[in-house]
Design a protein around this ligand. Structure first.
Ligand SMILES: NC(=O)c1ccc[n+]([C@@H]2O[C@H](COP(=O)([O-])OP(=O)(O)OC[C@H]3O[C@@H](n4cnc5c(N)ncnc54)[C@H](OP(=O)(O)O)[C@@H]3O)[C@@H](O)[C@H]2O)c1
Length: 249
């Protein structure tokens, strides 16, 4: 394939790529010609996800909240492919739905460590290795734009990702590295399945979604290809919200 959306030969690192949204994004990038680096903490899911990509995939386990893991990931990708063009910071967690009174410091810290510090570390070391220009795509959420009930740490982490993105976009614009967020609405994955299937809460969330359905991971693939490719060459510091209309109302 050629043209604005073509990613042939581009090395794209996707964190949290073994399942869910990250896997859907890695598949979308690979369909458009990318060489994909699949990373996460669990080797088996990464191997399974990489099966269909053959030689175009490279796997490395890493916990994005650990500085040494992120540095080792960067070094392994550079040793294997010799460059990094695209970084998709997708790895994220939301272990809890409860009020702040019942949220422990440990629970707060776990979410901030992965969702925000993980993005900081990957931008610093992997984005920092983009010497020929590139694109960083931070997966935020509608929770980075609007509050969600009983989700203080998650919303704080995603709001942080939105502002980290804007600030970094300013710093890196002159060296040709674009930095944007992709902010999904409700996507049916391991992270959300219990909630979305819930008789009361799931139905309420669906009814509140203007398009009347939850997304699948594939619904995020077009957006990540757009942000990774030259189709978005003049776009930086922005948030691409893909939410079935959730934040429109
Ligand atoms: N699902 C939604 O409705 C929704 C909506 C808005 C935004 N998002 C965001 O989209 C992203 C992906 O969510 P998802 O729904 O696809 O979740 P998911 O199905 O639970 O997948 C999360 C992925 O992140 C990886 N991960 C978790 N902690 C990690 C760590 N410390 N280091 C490296 N990898 C880690 C997991 O792999 P391992 O466990 O193997 O490490 C897994 O591949 C998250 O940032 C989430 O906040 C999701």
């Amino acid at each position: 394939m050629s043209g604005d959306f073509d990613l042939t030969g581009k090395v794209c690192v996707v964190t949290g790529a073994g399942r869910g949204i990250g896997r859907g994004m890695a598949e979308g990038l690979a369909r458009n010609g990318a060489l994909v680096v699949l990373t996460g903490r669990t080797r088996t899911t990464l191997e399974e996800a990489a099966e269909s990509f053959g030689e175009r995939a490279f796997i490395q386990t890493a916990d994005v909240s650990k500085e040494a893991d992120v540095i080792a990931l960067r070094d392994a990708v550079l040793a294997h492919f010799g460059k990094i063009d695209v970084l998709v910071n997708n790895a994220g967690v939301n272990a809890i739905f409860k009020g702040i009174e019942r949220t422990s410091l440990t629970e707060w810290q776990e979410i901030i460590d992965v969702n925000l510090t993980g993005v900081f570390l990957c931008c610093k070391y992997i984005g920092g290795a983009m010497t020929q220009g590139g694109s960083v795509i931070n997966v935020s959420s509608v929770a980075g734009h609007t509050g969600l009930l009983r989700s203080v740490p998650y919303c704080a982490s995603k709001g942080g990702v939105e502002m980290l993105t804007k600030a970094l976009a300013l710093d890196w614009a002159s060296k040709g590295v674009r930095v944007n967020t992709l902010a999904p609405g409700w996507v049916d994955t391991d992270l959300t399945h219990g909630l979305l299937e819930h008789d009361v809460h799931g139905q309420r969330l669906k009814a509140r979604t203007p398009m009347g359905r939850f997304a699948g991971p594939d619904d995020m693939a077009g957006g990540v290809v757009f942000l990774a490719s030259d189709a978005s060459a003049y776009m930086t510091g922005q948030s691409l919200v893909i939410d079935g209309g959730w934040t429109a109302g």
